[in-house]
Ligand binder design. Structure first.
Ligand code: MOS
Length: 699
């Protein structure tokens, strides 16, 4: 093997599949065709609660090209008593057409399958479904906290209490007690959810857009009582996921139809369907109580959050958990509660818990800084914990202070006049704000195979998912570095369950988990290949499995961290808020590819600006659905809203990771909305505790 000139990790590398993506050579799930392909179109309930009384299939079965209509009366039965790969029971939402009950508006009631997509759509939109309607309840509000049902939460724990909260609050010189709310929010990847399923030689083959093919294999095998080895899911290119692309109704419906028709069947969700079938972030109502000494040192931190789920599945938005790793306090109480309403099941949406939770916590910290007359950066440094504030565990590495110091320097924070509402520029009021950011840094078991090919190249096979993050490119760099060869000699195959078990793209843990397995395989290969040895035509292949190594990880508090800085201009006459510049400095472990890492951070921060100022799905109380469930009605930041957003990082490395990686996928959005809200306060002197900070709220 030849030695590369310098470490490739840490040098900018364009996406290895970038050319394929921009030339259209990269094929996405909805574009892959099979001979004899039929097309399914989901019909969704138009009522928010009740029962399906009658589905008039006769009239659509005679429409051109229509092959079948699947519904609760004729669809194959599925099993739901299994444990998903996430270690929890499956969301019954995906077990489509099993009963006549309608638990929310937009619930799938039928799949119309036809020869063409247009015929299926025409028939599905003509399908008459009659319901026995029941009264529904979709009204989420902080006042409903008393109705929160006991929740035997899985991970993370619902309630964590350390120390005597009331005693510490009573002994505090300064107490902040405030309520914050965030609205229902949607993650809508550019590529809609799409799947094609077929039976081939007794095997179920699914080409799909998802965040992890093993995840989908596990769910489909569980639902259809199949041996996981007889299910293959492929997902090479994915146009965004953000937590929404696990297993959803359309994949299950497609498999049902392929089974019944003995033909390949494709089902693609429309943008509007995604607003009830692809998950979302629950609204939250959060109460924070901080008790502090006059100098801002915390004695008490209480964070209680209420979120909302459907009536079919308990999914909690664990916002209070965002406080657990952050600041030292003798009393530390955090609780996540849940109410069940007649709405679709929420799901993971980029930085679940941390994104809304950090808005509340980091806004409250800013209020405390104001009350104590302490600089907001200094306040956070004063409250740095020596060990995990709740866990008591030592930190793997924690360089939040480094982020604040570097961020403050680059942003020019020292020049800031702390007084609110005094900087003006024409009609604009100007202000700056800051907030801290953190997200867990996890590693999960994965396997990889690495082949030294006879032509001197190397092939990495790992069932990774590149959902747009640049993971495949990062793995190319990691492999090339570990092999000490240039990247041109390394090809990385991903996105196929036949490649073996591996972590999915989630929890900001994909690239780290996969890199570990790739590094282990490279070490194995280097140990078994003698320099100058002749490689046989079939190559030399080694495999790795990190289950043991990951399981033996030292118990430490592991997070990525960041410091967010924002400058806003507020027009007091129109209520308009403009984010003029934003800077995020992160301590997120070793950065593999600065190019795509910056994309991840800036993308997260952009989303945070959007969360602060724009995003809000509004539920129609009368009909139970959303107003404008599409990308026209759901307001989010556009290019013109995003001007100068920059991200950087400080030296950081996970001491227990073979590459030093932590994870960067989600930390960028955390704290971003609070930094903007704190800047709006600084500009105007008015606190905004309810997102989004719409013009009518600013006025
Ligand atoms: Mo992420 S919300 O774990 O895809």
């Amino acid at each position: 093997m030849t030695t590369a000139a310098k470490p490739l990790i840490g040098t900018a590398h364009p996406r290895v599949e970038g050319r394929d993506k921009v030339t259209g050579a990269a094929r996405y799930a909805g574009e892959i065709s099979f001979a004899g392909l039929a097309h399914g179109w989901l019909a969704l309930s138009t009522v928010a609660r009740g029962r399906v009384r009658e589905i008039d299939t006769e009239s659509v079965l005679s429409m051109p090209g229509v092959l079948t209509v699947l519904h609760h009366g004729n669809a194959p039965r599925v099993e739901t008593g299994y444990t998903s790969v996430l270690g929890v029971p499956p969301d019954p939402t995906v077990a489509v057409f099993q009963h006549d009950r309608v638990p929310h508006k937009g619930w799938p009631v039928a799949l119309v399958v036809a020869e063409t997509s247009e015929q299926a759509r025409e028939a599905a939109e003509s399908l008459v479904v009659r319901y026995d309607q029941e009264p529904h309840d979709v009204a989420f509000s902080a006042r409903r906290d008393a109705e929160a049902a006991p929740f035997d939460g899985h991970m993370p724990p619902a309630l964590v209490e350390k120390g005597d909260l009331e005693a510490e609050l009573a002994a505090s010189a300064v107490v902040i007690d405030a309520e914050y709310t965030t609205p229902e929010e949607y993650h809508n990847p550019m590529e809609p959810h799409a799947t094609t399923a077929r039976w081939e030689d007794g095997r179920l083959e699914v080409v799909d857009s998802n965040q992890g093919t093993n995840w989908v294999v596990g769910e489909l095998a569980g639902l259809f009582s199949l041996d996981p080895g007889s299910v293959r899911v492929r997902s090479e290119h994915v146009g965004g996921g953000f937590g929404s692309k696990g297993v959803r109704a359309h994949q299950v419906a497609a498999v049902m139809a392929a089974t019944v028709l003995r033909r390949p069947v494709r089902v693609v969700l429309t943008r509007r369907q995604m607003f009830s079938l692809a998950g979302h972030r629950s609204p939250t109502a959060q109460r924070i109580r901080l008790g502090a000494e006059a100098d801002g040192r915390l004695r008490a931190l209480e964070h209680r959050s209420l979120s909302r789920t459907s009536t079919v599945y308990d999914f909690i938005e664990p916002s209070a958990g965002a406080s657990r790793p952050m600041y030292a306090a003798d009393a530390h109480h955090t609780e996540n509660r849940l109410i069940r309403l007649d709405v679709p099941s929420p799901t993971w949406m980029r930085a679940p818990g941390e994104a809304p939770g950090s808005f509340a916590l980091e806004s409250a910290l800013d209020e405390l800084a104001e009350r104590c007359g302490v600089d907001p950066v200094e306040l956070r440094i004063r409250n740095e914990p020596a060990v995990g504030p709740v866990s008591g565990l030592p930190f793997g590495s924690r360089n939040l202070v480094g982020c604040f110091r570097e961020g403050a320097r680059r942003f020019g924070w020292a020049e800031r006049d702390p007084r609110p509402g005094i900087r003006r520029e024409g009609r604009w009021l100007l202000g700056t704000g800051t907030a801290a950011s953190s997200f867990p840094a996890m590693a999960m078991p994965s396997t990889a195979a690495l082949t030294a090919e006879a032509d001197g190249t190397f092939t990495v096979r790992i069932n990774a998912a590149d959902i747009g993050t640049g993971a495949r490119t990062a793995l190319t760099l990691v492999a090339a570095d570990a092999l000490e060869v240039p990247t041109e000699r390394v090809r990385v195959r991903i996105g196929d369950s036949d490649l073996g078990p591996a972590m999915f793209a989630g929890g900001s843990a994909g690239t780290r988990s996969w890199s570990w397995a790739v590094t282990a395989a490279a070490e194995e290969l280097r140990g078994s290949l003698l320099p100058g040895a002749t490689i046989p035509p079939e190559g030399v292949t080694v495999t790795s499995d990190t289950t043991e190594a990951v399981g033996a990880l030292a118990r430490r508090e592991r997070h990525s961290y960041g410091a967010q800085f924002a400058e806003v201009a507020v027009d007091p006459a129109t209520g308009e808020v403009r984010v003029r510049r934003m800077l995020g400095i992160f301590a997120a472990g070793r950065i593999v590819n600065p190019l795509t890492a910056r994309n991840q951070f800036v993308g997260g921060m952009t989303w945070g600006i959007s969360m602060a100022l724009h995003e809000e799905a509004v539920r129609d109380q009368a009909l139970g659905g959303l107003y404008g469930p599409d990308l026209a009605g759901y307001h989010f930041a556009a290019h013109a809203d995003i001007r100068n957003v920059e991200a950087g990082w400080v030296e950081d490395t996970d001491p227990d990771d073979p590459v030093g990686i932590k994870g960067i996928g989600e930390v960028g959005i955390v704290g971003a909305a609070a930094a903007v809200a704190n800047a709006v306060w600084h500009a105007t002197g008015v606190r905004h505790r309810h997102l989004p900070i719409r013009p009518d709220r600013v006025l």
